[in-house]
Design a protein around this ligand. Structure first.
Ligand code: ATP
Ligand code: PRP
Ligand code: MG
Length: 208
């Protein structure tokens, strides 16, 4: 059995066509079903539905053989205990800093609200800015509006969320897409099954 970890929402939606092309059609719909293990049209493949940030953990420990995770999540978690063989190009966005539209140039020691604590720490250290990082689990855009932080580090796609909250993107930290990650032991033990799936994904991606 090959177990693939995916998160509900945009990654699942974007991954579905790739899985379908590889002959993997989930039998239940995670939007309707409360099941966390989804059998598929292939007897030898199942999906586990987990939070996006938990995908590296499941794959690292071998609870899933492979998974699909955003590069943002992988940067924050650390991916040294995983293989990351394929950029799937899905769920594309940018990790950026953002501030209120009318904010002055940031200087001195700044406060930064984000759920990407390690990535933000690394980024501000690299550019030589002293930053106090405040960990949040969501609604980062609110932080500068209520005086919790000077700046946020968050994902930006259309920019609508920033705009709706009177913020604007400043610096690009990195471009983000979702990656296929594979458990290191599984890559050896289930090599043939995993490699043939990788090949199939690559064929599908090459046609895009
Ligand atoms: P949860 O909803 O469980 O708290 P989450 O917000 O991380 O988790 P998603 O919003 O589905 O879950 O995000 C999953 C991944 O999709 C992110 O890790 C990122 O790589 C990518 N992503 C997030 N927001 C966007 C966006 N607005 N546009 C494109 N890709 C995005
Ligand atoms: C994500 C991200 C931003 C927003 C950016 O939130 O955290 O807030 O998308 O996208 P935009 O630039 O197109 O507005 P999401 O929609 O995943 O909501 P969440 O807070 O539930 O994660
Ligand atoms: Mg989200």
């Amino acid at each position: 059995m090959l177990t693939i970890a995916v998160s509900k929402g945009r990654i699942y939606e974007d991954a579905l066509p790739l899985l379908e092309e590889a002959g993997i059609t989930p039998i239940d719909d995670p939007k309707k079903s409360r099941k966390l293990i989804l059998r598929t049209s292939r007897d030898d493949v199942q999906l586990v539905i987990i939070r996006a940030t938990d995908v590296p953990t499941f794959v690292e420990y071998g609870a899933a053989d492979m998974g699909i995770a955003g590069k943002d999540v992988l940067l924050e978690h650390g991916a040294e205990n995983l293989y990351e063989p394929l950029d799937l190009g899905i769920a594309a966005c940018r990790l950026m800093t953002a501030t209120p539209v009318d904010a002055a140039e940031l200087s001195g020691r700044i406060r930064v609200a984000t759920k990407y604590v390690k990535t933000a720490q690394r980024y501000f250290a690299d550019i030589g800015v002293q930053a106090e990082i405040i960990k949040l689990y969501g609604s980062m855009e609110l932080a500068p509006l209520v005086g919790l932080a000077d700046c946020i580090v968050d994902l930006v796609d259309t920019g609508n969320t920033l705009k709706a909250n009177g913020l604007e993107a400043r610096e690009l930290i990195t471009h983000i897409t979702s990656r296929l990650v594979v458990n290191k032991a599984a890559m050896k033990m289930k090599h043939q099954a995993i490699q043939s799936l990788l090949d199939q994904f690559e064929i599908t991606l090459a046609k895009r």
